[in-house]
Design a binder for this molecule. Structure first.
Ligand code: CO
Length: 210
């Protein structure tokens, strides 16, 4: 059996098991999805959104990229965000980073990785904004982990700077924003930052004519 054929075989078993547990499972999900959550996570294969949160198909709308970034020129992220907020009307957006993130580690080296340099530059900026705090941490691993937390916080703030989120805050008092960090070591998620809908940010970033 080829390695990818195992995936198709597992899929058959999974689908059969779902129907056995709940005969209506697929018919119920076929025509409607109404998730409460948008998840913005790292592409890392060890951090699967549904599995680590014990959620089922239909419960979380997911966007993943390297180092769980919210970049305002990323049409993919913006499209997912707008659809989740305006159409699906999610109540919560979770930015979930993870300790030991390779993207964050790469960003603080001086190595050139090719086109991904442009993506990682956004993480270098987060380091620069917090240089004093980070440079004061002697241990390399601890410093990376602190940057991972600060990066999650920055990406949550990037969400709050979008007109998509600000408009929903004004009109519907949602979504609430959450910054979490997952530990590969013990599988636990640590909430590190939160923004209630309507939280005021630096006025420089607040639109007053949405
Ligand atoms: Co990662």
């Amino acid at each position: 059996m080829k390695i990818y054929e195992k995936l198709l075989l597992e899929n058959k078993a999974w689908a059969a098991e779902k129907v056995e547990d709940d005969p209506e499972f697929f018919t119920r999900l076929e025509h409607i999805q109404s998730p409460e959550f948008l998840w913005i996570g790292c592409s890392d294969s060890r951090v699967p959104a549904n599995e680590i949160t014990g959620t089922q198909p239909g419960e979380i709308f997911v966007h993943r990229n390297i180092a769980n970034m919210v970049v305002h020129t990323d049409l993919n992220l913006l499209s997912v965000l707008q659809y989740a907020v305006d159409v699906l009307k999610v109540r919560h957006i979770i930015v979930c980073g993870h300790y030991g993130c390779g993207g964050v580690k790469a960003a603080i080296t001086q190595h050139s990785y090719g086109i991904i340099n442009k993506w990682l530059r956004n993480i270098k900026d987060v380091y620069r904004f917090n240089r004093e705090v980070l440079d004061a941490i002697a241990d390399d691993g601890e410093r990376v982990n602190k940057l991972i937390e600060l990066n999650v916080r920055e990406q949550v703030m990037n969400l709050a700077k979008t007109s998509i989120v600000q408009k929903a805050w004004q009109n519907e008092q949602r979504p609430h924003l959450h910054g979490w960090v997952y530990s590969l070591h013990d599988g636990l998620i640590k909430p590190i930052f939160e923004m209630e809908a309507g939280t005021h940010i630096d006025p420089l970033y607040e639109f007053d004519d949405l």
